[in-house]
Design a protein around this ligand. Structure first.
Ligand code: NAP
Length: 280
């Protein structure tokens, strides 16, 4: 079994981004907005700041209190939309329950939507036009490419159908000529469907959802999820030990998809900066 080493590939991508960013007339700028006190979100935001530093980007971080009115957040985003030095805007999800994520995402200018969540970018992905791709599924595709895993003609099964991971993951695999099945919480016979997968991507958020007997011999298994075990250790959806007996390729958690998500965010921000400076 070969481990799909997202940590190593992410480091390589970030170094390439750094070298390209250095050549731009103006360095890329990313604004990250966090609302509330969610500790996991705070960790993600601080790692994005570190990534910006290592890629030589300009970055700004906004910490808004949990009770901040939605109108204030929208006003902040609109201000960032108009800023010359800001190429990418990322509002960290999830937002507090009283906010409407759809409205907030729609307020981000599509050309600064480096998360790829705006309906304009999501729609362009659907119809196969150029767009900012959501970082996690784009990171999975980069990982497959790095290991010369060609989805064409393969049976791909994606477990999870969220707008940010499962659906775009399915579309990206479809774009690359895989035959794709999207599964979700109402899917009967999940195990049978997973067993048919040449490429199995799990993006649910439930530890040990994917057991060894759900993995076909020689499959590529990508574990997107980030769960905690009883000791607080990070783990995915896949029973790693059991899956490693069957899979030909497998992502570790941590060190698989997580670092790739961060690296693609940097790549998307570089792309936004190049587009806004009319360099591509
Ligand atoms: P989400 O919005 O909660 O979606 C979870 C999906 O899993 C839903 O489509 C849900 O189905 C499905 N599901 C739930 N229980 C299931 C079951 N028993 N069998 C089959 N499907 C089931 O989550 P998300 O935002 O897509 O994230 C998924 C996981 O990936 C989480 O662990 C998250 O932390 C992780 N994540 C990791 C990264 C990274 O960089 N590594 C990035 C983003 C997310 P329904 O639609 O029917 O409810």
């Amino acid at each position: 079994m070969t481990l799909l080493d997202g940590k190593a590939l992410a480091a390589k991508i970030k170094e390439e981004v750094r070298q390209e960013a250095e050549k731009l007339p103006r360095r890329p700028g990313l604004a990250v907005v966090l609302v509330g006190e969610d500790p996991a979100s705070r960790v993600y935001v601080s790692s994005k700041r570190k990534d910006c530093e290592s890629c030589g980007f300009y970055s700004e971080e906004y910490d808004l209190l949990a009770q901040t009115p939605q109108s204030a957040l929208l006003e902040l985003v609109e201000g960032l939309n108009g800023r010359e030095d800001i190429d990418g805007i990322l509002v960290q999800l999830p937002l507090p329950g009283y906010m409407d994520e759809d409205v907030v995402i729609r307020t981000i200018s599509p050309e600064k939507d480096v998360d790829g969540f705006h309906p304009m970018n999501a729609g362009n992905l659907l119809i196969g036009r150029e767009s900012f791709l959501p970082c996690t599924p784009a990171g999975v595709m980069a990982l497959l490419d790095e290991y010369h895993i060609d989805p064409a003609g393969k049976r791909a099964v994606v477990v999870g159908r969220s707008n940010i991971v499962g659906k775009p993951m399915g579309l990206l695999l479809l774009r690359r000529d895989a035959t794709v099945t999207l599964c979700h919480s109402k899917t009967p016979n999940l195990a049978d469907i997973c067993r048919e997968a040449d490429i199995l991507v799990s993006a649910v958020g439930r530890r040990n959802l994917v057991t060894g007997d759900m993995v076909k011999d020689g499959a590529v298994v990508v574990d997107v999820a980030m769960n905690r075990d009883e000791d607080g250790k990070l783990c995915g959806d896949v029973d790693f030990a059991a899956a490693s007996e069957k899979a030909a390729y497998l992502t570790p958690v941590p060190g698989g998809v997580g670092p790739m998500t961060r690296a693609i965010l940097m790549k998307n921000t570089l792309l936004a900066a190049k587009k806004r400076q009319n360099l591509c």
